[in-house]
Design a protein around this ligand. Sequence first.
Ligand SMILES: Cc1cc2nc3c(=O)[nH]c(=O)nc-3n(C[C@H](O)[C@H](O)[C@H](O)COP(=O)(O)OP(=O)(O)OC[C@H]3O[C@@H](n4cnc5c(N)ncnc54)[C@H](O)[C@@H]3O)c2cc1C
Length: 201
Amino acid sequence: MDTQVLIVGAGPVGLTLALDLGRRGIRCALVEQKNEPAFLPKMERVNARTMEIYRRMGLAEKIRAAGLRRDIPMDVFVVLDLVHPPLLRLAYPSVAEAEADIRATIDGSVPLEPYQLISQYTLEPLLKRECEKLPAVTKRWSTQFLSCEQDPAGVSTTVRNPDGSTRVIRSQYLVGCDGGGSPVRHALGIKLRGEPNSKQC
Ligand SMILES: Cc1cc2nc3c(=O)[nH]c(=O)nc-3n(C[C@H](O)[C@H](O)[C@H](O)COP(=O)(O)OP(=O)(O)OC[C@H]3O[C@@H](n4cnc5c(N)ncnc54)[C@H](O)[C@@H]3O)c2cc1C
């Protein structure tokens, strides 16, 4: 076996999985087709449940330090432009206010951590740096998943290397963390609800 777990995709999900497995000493290899985290307008808000996972991993405070300041409210404005008054203002508490609410609530009805505003293009490099500290995690950037074949002992995955050549990586498990369009999902014939001729959920 080249690795125990092969993770395809180094977005927030793949990086978080690699961190979790790597910290447990489980050997994993992360393959990502991009050469580095991209500067794209994608996720902005890490929700409470995910922040609870980062808390368990000892990362919650690092993520908060890199994200929106604790004291800034999370109000949402519905606007037609930036000149006229908003059509609607939805009030949401700041992280500091939400933390105070959590401290004052002892009936289990609120999450342990509030949400956090942090852009994906800030979060991904942060998680990548944390992954780089873990000897159990191997990173292969500019490496594209092409296909996979499963047998009783594991999975053989063909990837395209940065120089255009291909290689087969042998692993016990293959995990598709390769986003909504997921080539791994397609390779396994798993459909999404809403796709043409889909009968699965
Ligand atoms: C405008 C916008 C706003 C959003 N706001 C939020 C928000 O506020 N909060 C929130 O939770 N979510 C938000 N989302 C959704 C969020 O972006 C996704 O939930 C998140 O990116 C999912 O993370 P992921 O790691 O599963 O997938 P992705 O971030 O899509 O990462 C998948 C990775 O797999 C790689 N990959 C794909 N194919 C291959 C291949 N063949 N070989 C190797 N690597 C491959 C890709 O390059 C990519 O790096 C938003 C999305 C958009 C577009």
